[in-house]
Write a protein that binds this ligand. Structure first.
Ligand SMILES: [Zn+2]
Length: 354
């Protein structure tokens, strides 16, 4: 057998090889120490030196050719094996990953409540307000006493909340031997805390979680409020009205109007309920606004001089206004959500509608 014949035989056999094992056997058959190539080389023994050299070179080329072909065939076999496994296990290696029928490559989005909070923050930041955080676990003092809701006040009845524990240490503020801790019932708790540490001009909003014991379709034991507090020289009720008018138009739409009704909150004087044009019917009347065209949205008023004094701010020089609004109710009204619980159940079927 000469080299050409050997090469033809190799090509013919290689084309029939389908497994790595058979390929290894083929390699030994042709290129092994006692293989066919060695046999051909041995038969060259009787040739002249020049012939030997020529044939030697040709044999080397054949050897390199066979090695290359074997390597290439090896990777072809591997790819075929992967494809076979993929078909057997029904894997489409190019398909996007799916979990429970939903592609995990889908992007999520912000919770409708978070969206509202960020929107409120943006609007007030544009108006020069600073966004401030306060503690959700608050002392009885800052939540009630400091904002003129003393222990025996009937106003506390509306604020039934969750008490954490009583610390047995003398309160620096009340001089009592024990200090009670509770989950804050209102972001108003942050007013005195902030004013104790900052002198006017003060212009802040405090968005955050608040807690009360209420629990029905429109009340959740945990809900969101935001508080606004402005203290400076010459702050008037007129400035409060202008601020709310501008802010509510930005938040709820240009066709939103506000109206004041007199009310009572212990920490402001005078106190006001603020109604806004119903966002659902735009003031025409619907079942959400009980056909009045107005929705009660927030409480407001001029900061009580006693609260300023408690915080170390002279009410003879400075005045201020404050207002607080429930964010959840606003969000429910805006999206026509019938039950507040739906906001907190984390049901993806509900949340992905927003
Ligand atoms: Zn309405």
């Amino acid at each position: 057998m000469n080299l050409d014949q050997l090469k033809q035989q190799f090509i013919s056999q290689l084309s029939k090889v389908e497994t790595e094992k058979d390929l290894a056997l083929l390699e030994i058959e042709f290129l092994g120490r006692k293989g066919k190539l060695t046999e051909v080389l041995k038969s060259l023994a009787g040739l002249s030196l020049v012939e030997k050299k020529r044939m030697g070179q040709a044999a080397n080329e054949s050897k390199e050719f066979m090695e290359r072909e074997i390597k290439s065939q090896k990777s072809k076999i591997k790819i075929k094996e992967y494809e076979k496994i993929a078909v057997e296990e029904k894997i489409d290696i190019n398909a996007p990953v799916e979990t429970n029928g939903r592609s995990s490559l889908r992007k999520g989005h912000l919770h409708p409540l978070s969206n509202f909070i960020f929107k409120i923050e943006r609007i007030f930041e544009e108006m020069g307000y600073e966004v401030v955080d306060g503690p959700e676990i608050e002392t009885d003092y800052y939540n009630f006493t400091a904002v003129r809701i003393p222990e025996d006040s009937p106003s506390r009845d509306d604020h039934d909340t969750f008490y954490i524990k009583t610390i047995k240490q003398e309160s620096k503020k009340t001089k009592k031997q024990e200090e009670e801790l509770l989950l804050r019932t209102q972001t108003t708790a942050m007013q005195v805390r902030y004013m104790e540490k900052h002198q006017p001009p003060i212009k802040i909003i405090v968005p955050g979680k608040t807690y009360r014991r209420d629990d029905d379709a429109s009340h959740s034991p945990m809900f969101h409020q935001f508080e606004a507090l402005v203290v400076d020289k010459g702050i008037t009720l007129g400035k409060l009205k202008k601020t709310l008018s501008v802010a509510m138009k930005k938040l709820l739409g240009e066709d939103t109007n506000i109206r004041f009704r007199s009310s009572y909150f212990p920490f402001v004087e005078p106190a006001l309920e603020v109604d806004v044009t119903c966002a659902i019917c735009k003031g025409k009347g619907c079942n959400i606004c009980k056909n009045t065209g107005w929705v009660e949205l927030l409480g407001a008023g001029m900061v009580h001089p006693e609260v300023l004094k408690t915080s170390g701010i002279d009410p003879e020089i400075y005045s201020g206004f404050a207002f607080a609004m429930g964010i959840d109710r606003l969000c429910m009204m805006h999206h026509k959500i019938p039950n507040i619980k739906m906001l907190f159940e984390n049901d993806i079927r509900f949340l992905e509608q927003f």
